[in-house]
Design a binder for this molecule. Structure first.
Ligand code: MGD
Ligand code: SF4
Length: 717
């Protein structure tokens, strides 16, 4: 069905989001791209007589297997949410107290433009930095580049997958990509280290793992917790937290010691094998057992399973990779293990992603910025391939701070930056301008000078999806509804600001449909076609894998896969990963383990009324021995305390053997403090605020979060 097409209601019976099934009205569908997380699944929004009925996956979307996950199906709750931001808001002082007052769009944008002009004139445009998460930020990046700044940072790098991208980049010359380029559907052995696919619901990835399990893949899950994939595994390795590098080195030891590695691949494509063989010699399974708790025979057996299935073995690169501060090195160890197995760009290991060439709308060149983001923290984190959020925040505090203004798009920094404490307030007091573009009254909005209410993904056009993946494709997001309240699409906000800043030459389109139409026509499609089909698939132009024995020039300095990294050595870092034991946990404390839950995308969805119904709060997993010691039962509420004296909201206890006695576990994203999030405020606990021991990765600036410990604060429950 295309936009505006009608269908018989009987044909459309199925899952529902807003009302159980249509009546006798006219049913229409509109294509969209889900924005509930960043996997970008394509879907159709169904309406009856302009009223929301349901959202489903687009059957032609190979990227999502034609389906939406639980969260995507509940996505329309974001549109229906009564707590949404409704009007632009500006900071005001009433009776000596700071508050917000409603403003018109013109007034709010005029204020921002005046401040932007002043920052550009007095300090330079590069002193305005964008901190962002999500595809919709592209409109504001365009605006800022036209204005003269390419300063930006996103938590998706320094708080999430940055170490993985850098570790793989240093080894293979390119990253593990997002969406990940793992060829799991063709794998005969899959190894997951702290990657709990199934709870972490990146849709297409869950489906390919399920496909592999149906074909009897050997699944090896390394996780201190009995996670969902652990329950489906042939081998569950309940590793002592923080010791993964030791295990990875022991696996490499076994592969080399028993001559199980792919000799032809290693000879043809890698440098530094001799150094690596020497380096892992002492990491025997017996020695590593003492560190990891994984028995030597299990280490050997699992290494042999990997070798037996190679190259159709994938040691998954993981995604949320900021753990103990040595994360680039751990990611490198994962990359090196894959190289020994010969699985990089081989069937059942990793594939080579491809995207289509989509021409950019013809626009004037951007002015060249005189400063880049990293100039804000000179000499730090030499391999950071993107701006480092924590560095940007530190460089925004004080009268002589490097940054003078923030444009924050779609990220809730109080919950996203671990242990941020009072830093946000200090930065907000120092900065001349803080603009927050949001759909919800998140905690971050409380630090803004101006809050701009963006409409939700169901009410706007955004850029076409054109991600590098197995099957090149494009997908369209277009409005299924008029923006509710006085909210506006991001492209409109950017264009209006552009106009006020006399940057009209960069925004020549009347509306975003015009810009997308131009792009589509360059590749032989049209907006009309995409409005009908939503997703267009293209044939690949290049091979999916390396051809047997083909010569390859990798994008590393040596043009080879770098087992030994000269680049790291030259900057004073270990050229090969070295294991450092995690800090011990004092009596009465427990490691704070955290992760995702299927019903929510961290704090972004907890107020969504449809998803709230599924999971209104997070739970604290507690081992029975610990529960006994603290007289806790399932269903009790407790608070947690950090060594820095932070005490959490109440969180409900779940006593379970699935977590060991050294740790507790909770899903990230709860414990909201913003009272304007009326459903979720106060529900569950926030792991981020308990993190006072942040281990910063010296290579790329990532904030390792897993070295944190907590205790129970029962008396305040
Ligand atoms: P986490 O959610 O942090 O990361 O998903 P993942 O990359 O899977 O899960 C961490 C797992 O690591 C847990 O099972 C934990 O027990 C285990 N672990 C903890 N310490 C250790 C250790 O020392 N060693 C080992 N081996 N394991 C350990 C995150 C990913 O999920 C990301 S980055 C995003 S942005 C998406 N977010 C998201 C979401 O919010 N909700 C849902 N439903 N799905 C999501 N998918 C994506
Ligand atoms: Fe939406 Fe789920 Fe796809 Fe994420 S994985 S984009 S939440 S359907």
């Amino acid at each position: 069905l295309g936009a505006g097409a009608t269908a018989s209601p009987a044909f459309l019976l199925g899952g529902c989001a807003a009302k159980p099934m249509p009546g006798a009205g006219v049913v229409t569908s509109t294509p969209t791209i889900c924005d509930i997380c960043f996997w970008k699944c394509a879907g159709h929004v169904f309406k009856e007589d302009d009223e929301l009925w349901k959202i489903t996956g687009n059957e032609d979307d190979l990227h999502s297997g034609g389906r939406l996950c639980t969260r995507g199906t509940g996505g329309p709750g974001a549109y229906l949410d009564k707590d949404r931001l409704k009007k632009p808001l500006m900071r005001a002082t009433v009776d000596g107290k700071q508050t917000f007052r409603e403003a018109t769009w013109d007034e709010a944008l005029e204020y921002i433009a005046a401040k932007m002009r002043s920052i550009a004139e007095t300090a330079g445009p590069e002193r305005l930095v964008m901190i962002n998460h999500g595809a919709g930020s592209s409109h504001f990046r365009h605006l800022l580049r036209a204005y003269g700044s390419d300063s930006r940072a996103e938590p998706a790098f320094a708080q999430c997958r940055g170490p993985r991208d850098v570790g793989f980049g240093l080894t293979f010359g390119e990253s593990a990509s997002s969406p990940e380029r793992t060829d799991m559907a063709n794998s005969r052995c899959i190894v997951l280290l702290g990657s709990h696919i199934g709870e972490n619901l990146h849709n297409g990835q869950v489906q390919t793992l399920a496909e592999a399990l149906n074909k009897d893949v050997t699944l090896i899950t390394v996780d201190p917790r009995f996670s969902v994939p652990a329950g489906k595994s042939k081998y569950w390795l309940p590793i002592k937290p923080g010791t993964d590098i030791a295990l990875l080195l022991a696996w490499m030891h076994v592969l080399i010691d028993e001559n199980l590695y792919d000799k032809d691949y290693v000879e043809r494509y890698t440098v530094g094998f001799e150094q690596l063989a020497k380096h892992v010699r002492d990491y025997t399974p017996e020695w590593v057992y003492l560190e990891t708790g994984i028995k030597p025979n299990v280490i050997r057996e699992t290494a042999r399973e990997m070798a037996k299935a190679a190259p159709a073995t994938v040691v998954h690169p993981g995604r949320h990779a900021t753990w103990y501060g040595d994360d680039t090195q751990r990611s490198r160890a994962i990359a090196m293990l894959n190289a020994l197995l010969g699985s990089w760009n081989r069937k059942g290991g990793f594939f080579i992603p491809e995207k289509i060439e989509l021409p950019n709308y013809p626009l004037p060149d951007y002015p060249a910025p005189k400063l880049k983001t990293a100039d804000a923290y000179p000499g730090k984190w030499p391999f950071a391939s993107q701006g480092v959020t924590n560095g940007v925040i530190d460089a925004s505090i004080g009268d002589d701070a490097f940054f003078k203004g923030w444009l924050v798009y779609g990220t809730n920094l109080p919950q996203t930056i671990p242990g941020i404490g009072s830093k946000l307030a200090k930065a907000a007091n120092s900065l001349e301008l803080v603009v927050v573009v949001e759909t919800m009254p998140s905690e971050m909005t409380g630090y803004a000078d101006v809050i701009l209410p963006e409409c939700t993904y169901l009410e706007r056009y955004d850029d076409l999806r054109n991600s590098a993946e197995r099957h090149p494709s494009i997908a369209l997001r277009m409005p299924a509804f008029e923006p509710r309240y006085d909210s506006k699409p991001g492209w409109w906000i950017a264009k209006q600001l552009g106009h006020k800043l006399e940057l009209d030459a960069y925004f020549p389109w009347k509306d975003y449909a015009e810009k997308i139409e131009w792009q589509l026509q360059q590749i032989g499609s049209s907006l009309q076609e995409m409005q009908q089909i939503g997703v267009k698939n293209f044939d690949r132009k290049t091979p999916l894998y390396f051809r047997d024995g083909e010569p390859v020039r990798f994008r590393t300095p040596s043009r080879k896969i770098e087992l030994y990294s000269k680049q790291l050595a030259e900057k004073g870092f270990d050229p090969m990963p070295v294991y450092t034991p995690p800090e011990p946990v004092p009596d009465g404390f427990y490691r704070l383990n955290y992760g995702r839950m299927p019903a929510h995308t961290f704090g972004k969805t907890t107020n969504n009324p449809l998803l709230f119904e599924l999971a209104p709060e997070n739970q604290l997993w507690v081992n029975p021995l610990v529960a006994n010691e603290w007289s806790l039962q399932s269903g009790d509420y407790v608070r947690l305390g950090s060594p820095a004296g932070v005490v959490s909201n109440k969180v409900r206890v779940r006593v379970t053997e699935r977590i060991g006695p050294d740790s507790v576990f909770m899903a990230h994203g709860f414990g909201h403090k913003s009272k304007r999030l009326r459903l979720t405020a106060g529900a569950g606990a926030d792991d981020s605020e308990l993190m006072s021991n942040v281990k910063v990765d010296p290579i790329m600036g990532g904030t390792g979060m897993r070295a944190n410990i907590v205790t129970f604060v029962k008396e305040r429950a």
